[in-house]
Design a protein around this ligand. Structure first.
Ligand code: GDP
Length: 286
């Protein structure tokens, strides 16, 4: 989804989320497990105003499991539960439900003591574009629902979607927030994983960023995929070598643009294996 964020849009998105918070018990904050910090809204703590929050590391099937475990530990707080899921293949949905139940347990126990029935947990899914909000809503609902963001000028009645087990109800319209634009590294991480379009940043720069990161974090996977014995230290040389290995040469020169496209395509389609492009240690959170 291509969304251009302007200050007015940000204020509106924020208002829409704030209004919905009144209706719900738990915020489900969806992020991309490969880049959990870069794929979250920088103001989410403030926006969600201390509501119990379940952070969902989605697309865990594509992320490095060791790094995902480190994120699960690093993001945990008293009023924050963290789970890893693969919404596309409906994996981890039970843990997601138990995470939400854990957050509500004390409150629900108190209600039961007073003889009141707590009813289903009411939740709102929020996250930046492309983290998998629609996919998760459809999987939790067990059927395909036309998930749409809030559109200006269209007033739509809020609908509650009952989850398969009936323990939770979700608002049918997720809260769409914006990523942290001012940090260029965030832009590169989101572009490399395919969350933002290539035309926002220069394609060669995204590919060079990805080449550098992969050769630092996953040298063996890179060597194996492209049949390279020793990785050149220089990222330009390495990307050229990758292009050469795949025959992307014309007139004696490597076609740098094609090599860039190839590398990003392979990264985004898991051909280089499961990779994460940021760790808690990168953010002094380990
Ligand atoms: P939204 O913009 O947040 O609603 O994101 P979508 O639900 O449209 O998902 C964006 C893309 O990510 C789609 O191509 C989905 O198929 C894909 N996707 C969503 N969840 C997962 C997941 O857990 N694993 C993988 N591999 N892909 C996913």
């Amino acid at each position: 989804m291509a969304i251009q964020w302007f200050p007015g849009h940000m204020a509106k998105a924020r208002r829409q989320v704030t209004e919905k918070l009144k209706l719900i018990d738990v915020v489900i904050e969806l992020v991309d497990a490969r880049v959990p910090q870069s794929s979250r809204n920088p103001m989410v703590d403030e926006i969600t105003e201390g509501k119990p929050r379940l952070i969902v590391l989605n697309k865990a099937d594509m992320a490095d499991p060791v790094v995902t475990d480190a994120w699960l530990r690093a993001l945990k707080r008293d009023d924050v539960e963290v789970v890893a899921v693969d919404a596309k293949h409906s994996k981890g949905l039970k843990q997601l439900m138990s995470g939400a139940e854990k957050l509500m347990q004390e409150k629900h126990d108190r209600m039961r003591e007073k003889g009141r029935n707590p009813g289903p947990i009411r939740a709102l899914i929020i996250g930046i574009p492309n983290v998998g909000k629609s996919t998760l809503i459809n999987r939790l609902a067990g059927r395909n629902i036309a998930v749409t963001g809030d559109r200006p000028g269209v007033t739509k009645r809020q609908q509650w979607i009952k989850m398969k087990g009936g323990e939770m109800e979700l608002l049918d319209t997720p809260g769409i927030l914006w990523p942290k634009f001012e940090d260029q590294m965030v832009g590169y991480r989101l572009a490399a994983t395919g969350a933002i379009k290539d035309d926002i940043l220069n394609l060669d720069d995204i590919a060079l960023y990805a080449t550098r990161e992969l050769s630092a974090r996953y040298p063996e996977q890179l060597k194996e995929r492209f049949k390279i014995d020793q990785l050149p230290e220089d990222a330009v040389e390495l990307l050229e070598l990758i292009g050469k290995k795949r025959g992307l040469v014309s007139g004696g020169y490597v076609d740098f643009e094609k090599a860039s496209e190839l590398l990003l395509n392979e990264l985004r389609h898991e051909k280089i294996g499961r990779v994460s492009l940021e760790t808690p240690a990168d953010h002094d959170m380990a």
